[in-house]
Ligand binder design. Structure first.
Ligand SMILES: [Ca+2]
Ligand SMILES: [Ca+2]
Ligand SMILES: [Ca+2]
Ligand SMILES: [Ca+2]
Length: 276
């Protein structure tokens, strides 16, 4: 019997101990984990295999290791824990747009016309957190931005219809379609409340009340603490004022558009076929 020479065994051992892609994991470890020993970032999320396994405790084969809806890379960028589902970017589970700084959005101010880019600003949500409206853009679906007041009947009726489908005011069929698109994830809806029931500035408890009255978990209720400036800058001649904005932030329909212009814009947003 011929024994294998230790010299022949050496290269294999060396090969397993070495770290071909220099991602901080040995080839042997990568074999066990199922990651690619020749690729530093197997799942392509911008975090190296070694960083995920050794530093973050995330799954190097998953884009969202804790399955909380926020990508590992987004959580690292913002500072929430990518390995803890209870640690999220927004308590409301709103989307996150990592590319919002590159979208070139203007600040609030001036009148908004069809074709303009919707302005970028942050407001407080019903969980008391500051929310950047541009986290809702760049998600591949159009966004309705509804400027409402708590005292306003049609505002409440519209919110009811979107929340429950109940159509007390006889809103047209198209609004029913919008609810279908929201339910299918083919659109997003943002409510900005400018005034409370008394016509005064909004408060957190007032925003919570609105959510209780019109419960819909995927709609942020945004308001400006101690001011009405933002809502008034967006408000046209009547409450509610409703903007239809394309996924890239372009205004498709502005307040004052006739219903037919609004619905035509909806068609243009290709929003009539709910996502599969
Ligand atoms: Ca690797
Ligand atoms: Ca990775
Ligand atoms: Ca996550
Ligand atoms: Ca998390």
């Amino acid at each position: 019997m011929r024994r294998l020479s230790p010299l022949l065994l050496l290269p294999l051992t060396l090969l397993l101990a070495c770290d071909a892609d220099e991602d901080g994991l040995s080839n042997a470890d990568e074999k066990e984990l199922g990651t690619d020993p020749d690729l530093a970032d197997t799942d392509g999320d911008g975090l190296s295999d070694g960083q995920e396994v050794n530093d973050l405790g995330t799954d190097p084969l998953s884009l969202d290791s804790d399955a909380d809806g926020y990508l590992d890379q987004e959580e690292v960028a913002v500072g929430s824990d990518p390995a803890d589902a209870a640690s999220v970017i927004y308590t409301g589970s709103w989307p996150y747009n990592a590319d919002k700084d590159e979208m070139g959005a203007p600040d609030l101010g001036g009148s908004l016309q069809v074709g303009d880019t919707f302005p970028r600003f942050s407001l407080t949500d019903q969980h008391g957190q500051s929310v950047d409206v541009y986290d809702f853009f760049g998600q591949g679906v159009p966004v309705i931005v509804d400027i409402s007041a708590m005292w306003c009947g049609p505002c409440n009726a519209l919110a009811d219809m979107v929340a429950t489908g109940e159509d007390e005011y006889g809103f047209s069929n198209e609004w029913g379609h919008i609810k279908e698109h929201l339910d299918a994830g083919a659109m997003r809806w943002i409510t900005i409340l400018g005034e409370n029931k008394m016509g005064n500035e909004m408060t957190l408890s007032a925003a919570e009340k609105w959510e209780d009255d019109h419960p819909r978990a995927d709609i942020p209720i945004l308001f400006e603490e101690g001011a009405k400036t933002t809502a008034y800058a967006l408000l046209a001649d009547a409450w509610p004022t409703v903007y239809l904005v394309d996924a890239d932030g372009t205004i498709l329909s502005r307040p004052g558009s006739t219903d037919s212009a609004f619905y035509k814009a909806l068609d243009a947003a290709d929003a009539w076929s709910p996502a599969e």
